[in-house]
Design a protein around this ligand. Sequence first.
Ligand SMILES: *Cc1c(COP(=O)(O)O)cnc(C)c1O
Length: 354
Amino acid sequence: MNTKIMDKIRKVEPYVPGEQPQNKVIKLNTNENPYPPAPGVKRALRETDADRLRLYPDPSADKLVSALAEYYGVGKDQIFAGVGSDDVLAMCFLTFFHSPKPVLFPDITYSFYKVWAELYRIPYECPKLDQAFRIVKEDYYRENGGVIFPNPNAPTAVYEELDFVEDILAHNPDVVVIVDEAYVDFAGKSALELIDRYENLIVVQTFSKSRSMAGMRIGYAVSNPALIQYLNDVKYSFNSYTMNQISVACGAEAVKDREYFEKTVKTIVETREWAKGELKKLGFCFTDSKTNFIFAKHPEYDAGELFSYLKKKDIYVRHWDSERIRQYLRITIGTREEMEQLFFALRAYLHNAR
Ligand SMILES: *Cc1c(COP(=O)(O)O)cnc(C)c1O
């Protein structure tokens, strides 16, 4: 390629998503929910009128935004919906991280943050998690251009209580702080209850994990009306029609069924706690997960080899060949049956390796 053309191209190192094998495997690698979406979602899909697809969707995704506003008891002007939280977070980076000072996020965290920062040429720094994989909150008490972290963090699965989040907010009154709560439904209190008190807070959540709708691509941000307005201004400068008709209708149905949602989340949490016991019996070490996955290592066996072995058995988990976490596997909590099969395979491996 002509180097003068090359010079004018924006080059980026893209995010690498987990594998999405299209054959039937035990899929514990991308933190999807093993249970189907709420029954109302299926109904909404059946009732979809294909003739209406000739029309553009509602650019404000009002049905979905209204359902979320009612669910959380906030104003409609406090919610921003997007095509998965990846889309919402990408818009947040573009809107709120606009400073020559570095944005701060942990060294071990959702790897997309770094990709967006590079894409938008946002300077960033990554304070190290401590030995126990906990965020050191004091590292975020210095001058910066913004802060983002997941709570619970991924892939470490560690959840910090709200007073911890509040300390970071209180020490950063002059920048926007984004709390990515992709897994909070499996954990504890959401920072949503702090939005009235901290004008710098944006909370981002997703339908991909606790609401079993990764394939539909729905995420949202909740904040005060002023920050949501800035987010919308950027969105309408980029792509007005992000949310398609079907995801708006299905998303609204999912939000309305609180009972189904709570039931599936509870089941996953129960399976997780049981799985911790099983992993422990096999000699694995792991953080105290408050998510729908467990971040585990075995002191005697190489994680990369374990990963390959499981894959050959058609059991997919996630492994990163990167510093500090090379010996860990991230295992999504599936159904009890799927987890039994995982443990069956692990027991066979540990037994034969001895
Ligand atoms: C899964 C995940 C997301 C993205 O989820 P979407 O499917 O795009 O809604 C964002 N942040 C973290 C920490 C995640 O684990």
